[in-house]
Design a binder for this molecule. Structure first.
Ligand SMILES: Nc1ncnc2c1ncn2[C@@H]1O[C@H](COP(=O)(O)OP(=O)(O)O)[C@@H](O)[C@H]1O
Ligand SMILES: [Mg+2]
Length: 313
């Protein structure tokens, strides 16, 4: 449904998107994940035809987005990061206006609007002024707008940004429901959302794709990469420095202290099992060791692992 190949976007003095390639298959819900400034919005604005790329190609539903942008756009429902709504319009007036802008007329527009209102749970709000709506309902109006022309691909840029947990839950349900009949690319930095909603995750950092896989595989790979909890009775900084000297250790994080005991999380390179080395180190230094075990990883750990340089702590 989406084929991106070597896509690059350079702003003056800065490369926002650096030769990225990824695919989204029909029917998938794909999470587009990354810290602020990773290049998510830039990529999305290129895919939706709002901005040219510096180089590379992107094909949406078989249409090259640079040579055939109108045809591509007809297949995409795009919800931008900050939905520009008109507060002094009623919901249905606004959607009618948007349908007109998309070139829809008569029955086609009427049906498209009615269906979008129904799908987004806006029936009771359709005659309300947009300015009087809660943030959650405003997001739904943005989503309805993206759906009017019945696209088969939805590209949503941080659709739950600024919502409270209850609103997030309702919008997430709505996205899951839309996922039954649409391909969805959804950018977000809310990880729990991705774990619950997405078939696959693309992790972007500093303009590059760092990983693209199912949430389960990303977590599984990290777990075998070694993610170890250790509790020793030793001076914390000295112990941390000593653990860092163990080959293939990537990161040592001090989690908590209790009296003279300190608990660390130790991350090692993929495939390295460093538990024995830690025990040997503790013995050699005569540090009492009261706990050592491998930790279950979460998608958050994957995110932190892939989007930060080693040893920042
Ligand atoms: N119009 C612009 N001009 C110059 N730099 C920009 C512009 N838009 C975004 N950037 C920069 O490009 C990088 C990626 O931004 P963006 O795509 O908005 O990231 P994200 O959506 O992942 O937070 C950032 O460093 C940002 O400051
Ligand atoms: Mg953004």
């Amino acid at each position: 449904m989406i084929r991106v190949s070597n896509l690059t976007k350079r702003y003056v003095g800065r490369t926002a998107v650096d030769a990225i390639s990824f695919n989204v298959e029909p029917g998938e819900i794909v999470g587009f994940l990354g810290p602020n400034g990773a290049g998510k919005t830039t990529t999305i604005r290129i895919l939706t035809g709002y901005m040219p790329a510096t180089s590379g190609t992107a094909v949406v539903a078989g249409h090259d987005i640079f040579r055939d942008s109108l045809k591509a756009q007809q297949r995409i429902g795009y919800m931008p990061e900050n939905v520009p709504l008109y507060d002094d319009m009623r919901v249905k007036e606004y959607l009618r206006f948007r349908a007109l802008l998309k070139g829809m007329r008569g029955r086609e527009a009427k049906n498209g609007i009615a269906e979008a209102i129904d799908l987004c749970g806006l029936t009771e709000m359709r005659s309300k002024m947009i300015g009087a709506l809660s943030k959650g309902y405003r997001q739904r109006v943005g989503l309805a707008d993206a759906l009017i022309h019945n696209p088969d691909l939805l590209i949503l840029d941080e659709p739950t940004n600024g919502l409270d947990p209850n609103q997030i839950r309702r919008v997430r349900k709505l996205i899951q429901q839309l996922g039954l009949s649409h391909t969805i690319l959804i950018s977000t930095h809310i990880l729990s959302e991705v774990e619950m909603t997405c078939d696959r995750v693309i992790i972007l950092d500093r303009g590059k794709v760092r990983a693209a896989d199912t949430p389960e595989n990303l977590i599984k790979n990290l777990r075998t990469a070694g993610h170890i909890s250790v509790e020793v009775n030793a001076a914390a900084d000295m112990a941390a420095d000593a653990i860092r000297t163990i080959p293939r250790v990537k990161k040592v994080i001090k989690e908590s202290t209790e009296g003279t005991w300190t608990k660390f999380t130790v991350r090692a390179e993929s495939g390295a099992d460093i538990r024995e080395s830690i025990v040997a180190l503790a013995n050699a230094n005569h540090w009492p060791l009261r706990e050592i075990h491998t930790q279950g990883a979460s998608l958050e750990d994957v995110f932190v692992e892939l989007t930060q340089s080693p040893h920042p702590d």
